[in-house]
Design a protein around this ligand. Structure first.
Ligand SMILES: NC(=O)c1ccc[n+]([C@@H]2O[C@H](COP(=O)([O-])OP(=O)(O)OC[C@H]3O[C@@H](n4cnc5c(N)ncnc54)[C@H](O)[C@@H]3O)[C@@H](O)[C@H]2O)c1
Length: 342
């Protein structure tokens, strides 16, 4: 009864379709439909933080463990283990360095351990892709993005898949050189123009789709910037001031409980301020399953705040594992020949 598991390096993950944004948007959307059908178990993430002060995670980092089971065609359980260290950028390292571990639901035996850094960034872009597909106005022409990190890369990839007809995406990062490098690298692959903006306002004012993915610890977006029909996707939460809710027609989250209880997240702050209750938010799962209509007119302003769920990582990892097996990728690792004790 030997037990082997598959190890997938970053290269293996990429070769197994881990950077295929179009495919991942479909995979994530399917997982949200499973969530609506009760085919997902997604316990609360647990987190190690280094102090209780607001903004600690953005300054000092954190480590999160995010478990989930995703049923349906996947029927796999797993965990993303993701340390985030903002200071890593000065060391030439990514902020987030993750692993995804997958296990067979029936036997509990390990299936795979894989690089989760690419998966985490891609699934976050894919969640935004699902939100844009269902919630952006048909006539959206412009996007404003904040931050020029790994996450903005995958947000632009998601925009390219879901709104290739955009005229332009404007991006602002106080680190102008990083912003220029990102846009120079991505521009040849994007179906719309991109431009470096000189400020948050220049990037976001009147943009039909606004996406902050920053390490900002105070709000960056002003409600007056959101035009009629605008969609704001709060990948990083603190960018959204509570006053944004006054101009919001539909508030969308990936999970009311997770987003409503996670420290510093937008819905949690609205609840704490007495401006909204968890019941005021619609879940992405309800929209993709047809239980809620989502956008019902071109003029509505919609704010979507996805905290990020273990289910996103587990289903993206399961998709990569399926492809890796089909393509003969990865390194088989022997966990044991025989159990030491029974
Ligand atoms: N919701 C989710 O599911 C999810 C998942 C992963 C990451 N995130 C969040 O996304 C954010 C970005 O992650 P990343 O890996 O791209 O980080 P990163 O460190 O690679 O990049 C962040 C960038 O934000 C810039 N920035 C800081 N303040 C800014 C401001 N006021 N305006 C514009 N840019 C500003 C920094 O200069 C930096 O270049 C983080 O806050 C992270 O926690 C969310």
């Amino acid at each position: 009864m030997t037990v082997d598991l598959l190890f997938l390096s970053q290269d293996d993950v990429v070769a197994a379709g881990g950077t295929d944004m179009a495919a991942l948007i479909d995979v994530i959307e399917g997982a949200f439909r499973l969530k609506a059908a009760g085919q997902v178990i997604n316990p609360m993430k647990v987190m190690i933080t280094w102090s209780d002060e607001p903004g600690t995670q953005e300054r000092l980092g954190r480590i999160m463990a995010m478990p989930a089971w995703v049923g349906g065609e996947w029927d796999v359980a797993g965990l993303k283990w993701i340390p985030s260290v903002p200071a890593n950028l000065t060391r030439g390292l990514p902020r987030a360095n993750a692993l995804v571990v997958l296990s067979d639901r029936e036997t509990g035996l390990p299936l795979a351990v894989m690089d989760g850094t690419v998966i985490s960034a891609m699934r976050t872009g894919a969640v935004t892709g699902v939100a844009i597909r269902h919630l952006a106005a048909e006539g959206a022409r412009t996007a404003g993005l904040l931050g020029a990190g790994v996450l903005t890369r995958t947000q632009l990839m998601a925009l390219a898949v879901t709104r290739p007809g955009l005229d332009i995406a404007r991006v602002y990062d106080p680190d102008t050189a990083r912003c220029e490098r990102l846009l120079a690298a991505l521009a040849p692959e994007l179906p719309f123009a991109v431009a470096v903006a000189g400020s948050e306002r220049e990037a976001c004012e009147d943009a039909d789709i606004i996406i902050p993915s920053t390490l900002a610890v105070t709000p960056t977006i002003e409600p007056a910037w959101v035009p009629e029909g605008g969609l704001v996707v709060l990948v990083s939460s603190l960018d959204g001031p509570e006053s944004l809710h006054a101009v919001t027609d539909v508030l969308v989250v990936d999970d009311r409980l997770h987003e409503g209880t996670a420290d510093t997240r937008y819905l949690r702050r609205l609840i704490d301020a007495g401006i909204a209750t968890a019941a005021d938010a619609v879940e992405i799962a309800e929209i993709v399953s047809g239980a809620h209509p989502g956008r019902t007119s071109e003029g509505q302003r919609i704010v979507c705040s996805p905290v990020g769920l273990g289910l996103d990582d587990v289903v993206a990892g399961a998709y990569v594992l399926r492809n890796a097996r089909q393509r003969g990728l990865g390194t088989s690792l022997r966990l044991r020949d025989e159990p030491l004790w029974l």
